[in-house]
Design a protein around this ligand. Sequence first.
Ligand SMILES: Cc1cc2nc3c(=O)[nH]c(=O)nc-3n(C[C@H](O)[C@H](O)[C@H](O)COP(=O)(O)O)c2cc1C
Length: 226
Amino acid sequence: VPVLVVSQGGPKAHLKRFHNRGVKWLHVVASPGHAQKAEEAGVDAVVAVGGDAGGHPAPDEVSAMVMVRAVVKAVRLPVVAAGGVADGAGVAAMLALGAEAVQLGTRFLMTPEANVHAAYKQAVRVAGIADTTLIGRGRLPVRGLKNAFSAEVELAERSGMAEEELKLLIARSTLKMAAFDGDIAQGKVEAGQSAGLIDDIVPAGEVVENLMCEFAEARSRLVRLD
Ligand SMILES: Cc1cc2nc3c(=O)[nH]c(=O)nc-3n(C[C@H](O)[C@H](O)[C@H](O)COP(=O)(O)O)c2cc1C
């Protein structure tokens, strides 16, 4: 494995072992402070994730637009931007902020190659930009589509459900239920706000070609501003 992307936890325990074998280590961070710690530990690059991202986003909900800029200013390492990007215009925006590359999650979920249930993809396809929510604020939050399960959790949080009971409620639902069994009402349909920018399912290769064309368009639009 030539490159690792590592998230959730510090890099110190295992970094040396992988560097000794020539493996590059990209560390996922959700704050400028974490990025600086990862830089001090010696990682090769950081992935700066914003609160708009699907899956486990920045827990303090800072958008990728602000997070990426703050991380770029905080470290000298190459920064990969993650969160809220679904097309080449978004890629151009992140590179303009100083990122060297962009990581897209939700966009690649919407490809025939992605091994998730058709009902999951259909729900992401019709979702708008405001149709996701964060479940588990103050713990390890997950961003996914609003559904019956997320509504139940939000109601429980608002009504002050006891911590232990809430934990059990949140653990009742899994990504697997949505992704493999197609239970998009009770499962965790993990997706970012960028779901609202995606309305097709196209092969991953085509996604990449489209990204390149859209990026070139965005770039020439900016150049015309000169
Ligand atoms: C279904 C799904 C599962 C994810 N699982 C993980 C994960 O296990 N670990 C992780 O670091 N990021 C995970 N992510 C986040 C992505 O790696 C990426 O940072 C994020 O999707 C970028 O934001 P976007 O969804 O707006 O493109 C996941 C994202 C999605 C959509």
